[in-house]
Design a protein around this ligand. Structure first.
Ligand code: ADP
Ligand code: MG
Length: 568
């Protein structure tokens, strides 16, 4: 396999490249962030493998990234001495999109540049963004541990195909050589490159090096020296003090860990001491990823042990219902050779998960209860994007159920629109004199809920009813019987007891009516014997002649429909 091979890109890659080049052009500087981010990931991977196999570090243990440029050749080169790639890996990682959900991704593209750019970000396809500024990319790489003559040169013009051939590469790691497009010469400047690095990649914990330049009086221009200098701060951002990190830097770090092109909605950064010691930097994204509902999706937290990267997507660090949280947890207690299996058993992990769960809930409470409109708007955004997922917590997290219940938001007859922004507390603040229950109706859609005949009597009496239309709602309510001592009652279930809302005169009138229709009801029961469990006179309708209700202890009509749809 030493000869040169030409291979076609996976169809999705071709589409993606087109899209990248057109929709991200106005943001083209991000190519450098993406390539630096990959170099940093490659260093993390090498460090991790080297815990067990020290020989992988060869004689070159100081991991770093070097960025050089050549004005005459019109190239920029990003070099790292990280893990590198074998021939197979180069073909696989740079020619296909490995992530699941590719189809869904493409089906969600809207043609709206801004929205699509956000999707690309979530998709984590940063390497290809280099084609925004380059019309040819050469990648020279050698995987750590392979002999020097098993290097690979991968090359592509970013159209239909790419080539691979074997080369000798004495130095481990990867060089990415960008042959700039016409008109991109502005990037061939040390000042320009440094300013992009400082802007987007300052948080990278590896040193990013560039050659020094000095003014030459004779030549009347800057000349490049052999000596390198570090451009970034080169210390792990989460290990710095909060006061030393700017909001801008927090945002850039988020984009790096979350593969997101948009800034996060909120974050929390803490050093926890005590029984277990760790640092957490947790972010809430501003929009849901396309694979939020993918059951196999792993968590979004990176686990480090004393600054050494251990693993991505450490799902044990967050409960499933907080799977949208991104960020880093750095433990001071775990051993470096920790495996996924050990993680499941670890008491330190359990403590970190509990602590981080509380932090995230605290952060959400801060947004939801803030005096500032801007923060509350953020909570509304959060709810729109992730509310349905948070609801899973009512069933999954017994310990924090009450805190989560306070964070729930619903549509309601009070607002008469489908915006979910009414909390239980707000509902209780408006209840009628004598009302000791929280009423809700669950239906398949907002229109169905709003037009439910069960609501008639409540409308007449001016009693607010929460309109529940998300798929998870009824499942959730099976874990939540009351809020603040007030029972949650479906308006569609059983004998509707309006409690003190019904006055004495009404009760008497109802009894009389029931007596009057006794015979008719008996006849109907006989006719409907196979179809209805019971037939009753009802006072909950004001306009409709009749309605179906579920027995108090039975599954509701809506839940039955859902279970049937799910094949149960
Ligand atoms: P992502 O970083 O989200 O995986 P990218 O498109 O940025 O997506 O990179 C694709 C893959 O190519 C990476 O996951 C990695 O396996 C490989 N890769 C890219 N750059 C490097 C590098 N400098 N060193 C080693 N592997 C790399
Ligand atoms: Mg990447």
């Amino acid at each position: 396999v030493s000869e040169k091979q030409t291979l076609g890109f996976q169809a999705e890659v071709k589409q993606l490249l087109q899209l990248m080049i057109h929709s991200l052009y106005s943001n083209k500087e991000i190519f450098l962030r993406e390539l630096i981010s990959n170099a940093s990931d490659a260093a993390d991977k090498l460090r991790f493998e080297a815990i067990k196999h020290g020989e992988l570090l060869e004689n070159d243990p100081d991991l770093k990234i070097k960025i050089t440029y050549d004005k005459a050749a019109r190239t920029i080169t990003i070099s790292d001495n990280g893990i590198g790639m074998s021939r197979e890996e180069a073909i696989e990682h740079l020619g296909t999109i490995a992530k699941s959900g590719t189809k869904e991704f493409f089906s969600r593209l809207s043609g709206d540049q801004q929205k699509d750019a956000a999707l690309i970000g979530q998709f984590g396809v940063g390497f290809y963004s280099a084609f925004i500024v380059a019309d040819r990319i050469t990648v020279e790489t050698r995987r750590a541990g392979l002999p020097a003559n098993e290097g690979v040169r991968w090359e592509s013009a970013g159209e239909g195909d790419f080539s691979v051939e074997s080369i000798a590469k004495p130095a481990r790691g990867t060089d990415i050589i960008l042959h700039l497009r016409e008109g991109e010469d502005e990037l061939l400047s040390s000042w320009k490159l440094k300013s992009i690095i400082r802007k987007y990649s300052d948080h990278i914990s590896l040193p990013i090096l560039m050659q020094k330049e000095e003014w030459d009086e004779d030549k009347k221009e800057n000349v490049i020296k052999d000596e390198f200098e570090t451009i970034n701060q080169a210390s792990a951002l989460w290990a710095r003090n909060r006061s030393e990190v700017t909001a801008e830097q927090y945002n850039e770090f988020y984009k790096h860990v979350a593969h997101d092109f948009d800034p996060p909605l909120a974050y929390t950064h803490n050093r926890v001491e005590g029984r277990s010691e760790y640092t957490q930097l947790l972010y809430i994204p501003a929009h849901a990823p396309f694979d939020l509902w993918d059951r196999n999706k792993r968590g979004g937290l990176k686990l480090y042990v004393k600054r050494v990267f251990i693993m991505d997507d450490a799902e044990q660090l967050m409960p499933v219902y907080l799977r949208f949280v991104k960020g880093v947890i750095d433990s001071a207690d775990l051993p470096l050779n920790v495996s996924r299996e050990i993680l499941q058993e670890s008491r330190d992990i359990k403590a970190m998960r509990e602590g981080s769960t509380k932090r995230v809930l605290g952060l959400l409470e801060e947004l939801a209860n803030s005096d500032e409109q801007e923060q509350r708007d953020k909570y509304a955004t959060f709810w729109k994007e992730f509310g349905q997922v948070l609801k899973e917590g009512i069933g999954e997290d017994q310990t924090n159920k009450e805190r989560i219940a306070k964070l729930l938001r619903f549509a309601s007859t009070h607002n008469d629109n489908d915006v979910q922004n009414v909390s239980f507390a707000e509902y209780l603040g408006r209840v009628k004199e004598g009302q000791d229950k929280i009423y809700y109706v669950a239906a398949e859609s907002y229109a169905a809920a709003k037009n439910s005949p069960h609501l008639e009597i409540f409308r007449k009496k001016g009693v607010e009813v929460l309109l529940l239309t998300d798929r998870v709602d009824e499942w959730m309510l099976s874990f939540l019987q009351d809020f603040d001592g007030k029972e949650l009652v479906s308006v569609a279930k059983g004998d509707l007891d309006l409690g003190k809302l019904e006055d004495e005169a009404e009760k008497k009138q109802h009894e009389e009516t029931e007596a009057q229709y006794k015979d008719l009801i008996e006849k109907m029961k006989t006719v409907l014997i196979d179809k209805a469990k019971d037939v009753r006179v009802t006072f909950r309708l004001t306009d409709s002649p009749s309605c179906l209700v579920a027995d108090e202890h039975e599954l509701s009509g809506n839940l039955l429909r859902m279970l049937k749809a799910a094949g149960q």
